[in-house]
Each structure stands twice: as C-alpha cells, then as structure tokens.
Write a protein that binds this ligand. Structure first.
Ligand code: ADP
Ligand code: ADP
Length: 231
C-alpha cells in the first residue's frame, strides 16, 4: 500500500493509564488522497495524527509507511515531507514575503505567488498597500484570522510537502473564510496526501475517505456519502 497504515495500534500517554488514547486502530491513509479525521473533542484525533507523523510511539501494533515499518531512516523522510498547519497559526511581525521565505529562502517570486494562488491568498495580498512586502502584526497591519490562515497555508505549500496536515484549520473561521480554505484544499487535492482534522461535517464533504474516532476507537471509515447514509 502506498501511504501510511496503522495495524492494531494501541497508544496511551502513560504506562499507568488504564485507558488507551488509541485502541486497536486500523486505518490506511492512502497517498495523494484527502482523508478527514473527525470525532468529538478528546476522541483521539490529535493523538492519531501525532502517531502518523511519528511523534507518538505506539505501544502495540504496527505503523507502516509505504508498507515498511517506521524506522529511524524512513521516519526522518516522513517528517521532512510533512507540512502541518495548526488551528492557531503563527506569523512573525515581518512582511508577508519574509513570513513565506522562512520556510524556503530560495523560493522564486513565481513560486511565492503560485503558493499564494493555491492558498486563496493572492487576491487579498495584491490589494495590500505594499503587496507581498506589507508588514503584518505588531509593526504593520492586522490580518484577520482567515487571512492569516491562508498565508500560513501558502507557507506550508512552499515546503513542497508530500503530506499536508490541516489540524482544525478552519474551525475558528467564519463561513466565507472557511470556503476560501476549502477552495484551496480542492486545488491541492490529488497533488499530495491531505489529512484534515475537523469536527464540522461541512469541512469534509470533499474527502475521499472519512475516519470517525470515538473514545480512541475507529467507529467508521469510508467515503463521505457512505458516512452520511449510515447516520
Ligand atoms: P482530540 O484531538 O480528538 O481532541 P486527543 O488526541 O487530544 O483528542 O486526546 C485523546 C485522549 O488523550 C483524551 O482523553 C486526552 O485527554 C488524552 N491526552 C491527549 N494528550 C495528552 C497528553 N499529552 N497527556 C496525557 N493525556 C493526553
Ligand atoms: P480574528 O480575525 O481571528 O478575530 P484578531 O484580529 O482578533 O483575529 O487577532 C487574533 C490574534 O492574532 C491576536 O492575538 C492578534 O494579536 C493576533 N494577530 C492579529 N494580526 C496578526 C498578524 N498580522 N500577525 C500575527 N498575529 C496577529
């Protein structure tokens, strides 16, 4: 299988815990597909993502990358190929350009704008007083949460990741900003593995597969339509 696979994985944060944060999890995150991970708060979404990124060490079971068990060598390449976008993204009080170049200082003008186009940020950046050289944050202009999220997404894209993880990236946004990010995801679909962690169903309509977690267990896995039918 091309992708990341968990087989009978158990994980707990402390050996003394009687409860596992992940219990007998079997999932496949196929390469170049859009996978959504949903479930209420505390269900184990972040724990699973950390495990898939090699940040959590599982206790039992197997985690396979393209069919091979995670080892120190492929773990390194896995980490290098992941871009992670958190819910509350961090931007430096510098220009938009500098914020983008932090991740790839050799990016050309063309690559910067391509990333901004992909993340639905190009339009508003063009309208700023100094365009891409506009200072943001404390020393410059305030961007809205949605605008910041789109810049952070552009920065993530500039890393040229093979896996893009969006961790509740749209949960704090209004519907207009959410749909901008949705458009961006739609553009990126098929070009890289995309993992979207969400708790709203509206965020995952375009997912190839949905993994539903509840109390550390996978209670459903399948296409969005199948999921809607089961509900
Ligand atoms: P979700 O991302 O779905 O909200 P989490 O993966 O964060 O859920 O949490 C799953 C379970 O693991 C919860 O019971 C949570 O309290 C517990 N947990 C999460 N992080 C830690 C941690 N660092 N130490 C101990 N327990 C944790
Ligand atoms: P929202 O549009 O999500 O309500 P706010 O403008 O209220 O966002 O800002 C939320 C937080 O983000 C505040 O702590 C603020 O200082 C910070 N912030 C605002 N603009 C920027 C920016 N351009 N760069 C970095 N942080 C910012």
């Amino acid at each position: 299988v091309k992708g990341i696979e968990c087989k009978n994985v158990f994980f707990r944060y402390d050996k003394g815990d009687s409860n596992y944060a992940l219990k007998d999890v079997n999932v496949i995150i196929p390469s170049n597909q859009l996978t959504a991970v949903v479930g209420r708060s505390g269900a184990g979404k972040s724990t699973l993502i950390d495990l898939l990124m090699g940040l959590n060490q599982h206790e039992k079971g197997q985690v396979l990358l393209d069919g091979k068990p995670l080892s120190s060598s492929n773990l390194m390449s896995l980490r290098q190929s992941i871009s992670y976008v958190p819910q509350d993204p961090f931007l430096f009080n510098e220009s938009i350009r500098e914020n983008l170049l932090i991740i790839n200082k050799n990016a050309s003008e063309e690559e910067l704008w391509e990333a901004l186009e992909f993340s639905s940020a190009a339009e508003f950046v063009r309208k700023l007083p100094q365009g891409i050289d506009t200072l943001i944050g404390d020393r410059g202009i305030r961007l809205s949460g949605g605008e910041r999220q789109r810049i952070v997404l552009a920065r993530a894209i500039l890393r040229n990741p093979s896996i893009l993880v969006l961790d509740e990236a749209t949960s704090a946004l209004d519907t207009e900003n959410e749909s901008k990010i949705q458009e961006a995801i739609e553009r990126l679909k098929g070009k890289m593995t995309i993992i979207v962690i969400a708790h709203r169903l509206s965020t995952i309509r375009n997912a190839d597969q949905v993994i539903v977690l509840d109390q550390g267990e996978v209670i459903q896995q399948g296409g969005f339509n199948q999921l809607a039918r089961d509900k």
